[in-house]
Design a protein around this ligand. Structure first.
Ligand code: AMP
Length: 170
């Protein structure tokens, strides 16, 4: 199936100069959505994962579906002030300024094998901060998985030794 034809390019969103990869046409296609989750599930079903850590908000769509399919925990990473319990925080650099992500302190147990999952790997700041959050909680990140890898932005360099997998590359 040609997943790429179901990714819509939206120029200058959310701001000028960004070519936004809109995954909603793929999500709207039930066969395509199922096939994406199936492809990820096939890759991770025998990896003895304890949980999937996904980033707000489009990571939740893929992460929730994959966690249910694999029968492992779903663990959200969110923007500051959204998670109600005790959190760990990690701050990372944006093009202009900084951003922070949070995870519940009790969401990952020491030694847990974790898959980090998001829709798009762009500059890698979000994924790198999420990996640090999992490690802060004592978890071990087995791999970072993305539906889309924007290779020209070199986000993989920020992931350092964490193995990287993506279904689509642009
Ligand atoms: P980054 O930290 O630069 O790797 O950005 C990753 C986060 O921003 C992901 O959660 C993506 O959903 C979102 N993102 C960044 N760039 C794009 C893009 N060109 N199209 C769609 N989403 C993007």
């Amino acid at each position: 199936m040609d997943f790429k034809s179901l990714i819509r390019d939206v120029p200058d969103f959310p701001k000028k100069g960004i070519l936004f990869k809109d995954i909603t046409p793929l999500l709207k296609n039930p066969q395509a959505f199922q096939k994406v989750i199936h492809q990820m599930a096939e890759r991770y079903k025998n990896r003895n994962l304890n949980g999937i850590v996904a980033m707000e908000s489009r990571g939740f769509i893929l992460g929730g579906a994959l966690a249910a399919q694999l029968g492992v925990a779903f663990i959200p990473v969110r923007k500051p002030g959204k998670l109600p319990w005790k959190t760990y925080q990690e701050t990372y650099d944006l093009e202009y300024g900084k951003d922070t992500l949070e995870i519940h302190q009790d969401s990952v147990a020491p030694g847990d094998k974790i898959l980090v999952l998001d829709d798009v790997l762009a500059t890698g700041g979000t994924a790198a901060a999420t990996i640090r959050l999992v490690e802060k909680a004592g978890g071990q990140v087995v791999e970072a998985c993305f539906l889309i890898h924007l290779t020209f932005l070199n986000g993989h360099e920020k992931l350092k030794s964490t193995p990287l997998y993506s279904i689509l590359q642009f």
